[in-house]
Design a binder for this molecule. Structure first.
Ligand SMILES: NC(=O)c1ccc[n+]([C@@H]2O[C@H](COP(=O)([O-])OP(=O)(O)OC[C@H]3O[C@@H](n4cnc5c(N)ncnc54)[C@H](OP(=O)(O)O)[C@@H]3O)[C@@H](O)[C@H]2O)c1
Length: 342
């Protein structure tokens, strides 16, 4: 925030007003000191808001009798337009430009199959460059072949997020120039009840589902900060509902949601958002080996009466990663047909 011409928070809001004309050099110094001392704290916002209110009152008083035109010119807040992709607050975006990802660069882990593939396909369609990363090159290749019209905007990095996160991020940055959207989608499970799970299995799930998210976010942070970008984590309804098997999966997804809440607060001052999608039962290749009876037994438990599709999740991802969600951070968007509501 720029307070009376002084950059206090280094954030995206800029005050444009004639306040400079009525604020004494002494007050300017005080704002600067207050801003630096209380940088990033909730208290600093309260103090600075008070300063602004006081100055606004001063400015209003100084304009009395100086003509209607000047008195009407209220201070207003705009987004720093020099930043790519930012639009004016309160501006109306043409309907055909809503949710556009033109100019964005997205890294989607597990982007070659299922939900990750649906997100990647939609992001490409909406104008983003996309890098997909996962272990099986055959799946990456199959996805590439399914979107020939976007070949020049699509990059693929074979790799295991559990061991290769830093390299995956570096390769994505090299391919796209930067990362403005990170989608932590890759995950694994062992599908065993807790009593049968080995420590090594627990660790594998945790490393893939949670520690990799930390490493990916940390590696991508400089790029995300430079772009005032966003992070999207794909959690699971089982993070809140529990499950009959795989304590490690359920625990790691709960941890992922906590991690996202933390990032939302820690990274807000840098303009980086962090949100979660919590899918319910989505028909992807993860369930390829399940018998039909499984799905038939599940559908009555879903109020909307059907399984979710990968596209149901992708549309939610598009919203959360778009500039239209610029004021949304620390949120969890549940996409489960109402399953966890009953
Ligand atoms: N489908 C559902 O009902 C459902 C419900 C709740 C939450 N989710 C979540 O949605 C996300 C996507 O799942 P999905 O249903 O689309 O399943 P999926 O098709 O099996 O997708 C998982 C993807 O992650 C990749 N992956 C797994 N381990 C990896 C690793 N160590 N390194 C790199 N990539 C790895 C897989 O590719 P490789 O095997 O080639 O590496 C695959 O592309 C997951 O986070 C899952 O927990 C799904």
């Amino acid at each position: 925030m720029e307070c009376c011409g002084i950059d206090v928070f280094g954030a995206s809001r800029v005050i444009e007003s004639p306040l400079d004309a009525v604020v004494s050099p002494l007050r300017r110094t005080r704002y600067s000191t207050v801003g630096r001392t209380l940088l990033g704290t909730r208290l600093s916002r309260v103090v600075l808001n008070r300063c602004l209110q006081t100055d606004f009152a001063l400015w209003r008083a100084s304009t009395i009798g100086q003509g209607r035109r000047r008195a009407r010119a209220k201070p207003h807040v705009v987004l720093r337009s020099a930043l790519p992709g930012h639009r004016k607050v309160g501006g109306i975006v043409a309907a055909n430009r809503l949710f556009s990802l033109n100019g964005e660069s997205a890294l989607v882990t597990g982007g070659g199959t299922g939900i990750g593939a649906a997100i990647s396909r939609l992001f490409l369609h909406m104008g983003a460059q996309v890098t997909i990363a996962s272990r099986r090159e055959s799946k990456l290749e199959a996805f590439r072949n399914s979107v020939p019209q976007h070949a020049s905007f699509l990059h693929a990095v074979p790799g295991d997020v559990a061991v290769d996160s830093e390299r995956i991020v570096a390769t994505a940055v090299a391919a796209m120039g930067s990362i403005s959207i990170l989608v932590n989608n890759a995950s694994t499970s062992v599908g065993k009840p807790m009593r049968d799970m080995t420590g090594a299995e627990w660790q594998t799930v945790y490393t893939t589902n949670l520690e990799a998210a930390f490493r990916l976010c940390q590696s991508a942070l400089p790029s995300l900060e430079a772009n005032r970008g966003c992070i999207l984590h794909i959690s699971s309804a089982s993070a809140v509902a529990g499950d009959y098997d795989d304590a490690a999966y359920v625990s790691s997804k709960s941890g992922l949601e906590g991690f996202s809440r933390h990032l939302a607060v820690e990274l807000a001052a840098d303009g980086v958002r962090s949100n979660v999608i919590r899918p319910g039962l989505i028909n992807t290749e993860a369930f390829a080996d399940y018998p039909d009876e499984f799905f038939e037994s599940q559908i009555p438990l879903i109020p909307l009466g059907r399984l979710g599709s990968p596209e149901d999740v992708a549309y939610a991802a598009l919203y959360l990663c778009s500039r239209e969600a610029a004021f949304v951070t620390g949120a969890v968007l549940t996409v489960d047909g109402g399953e966890t509501r009953i």
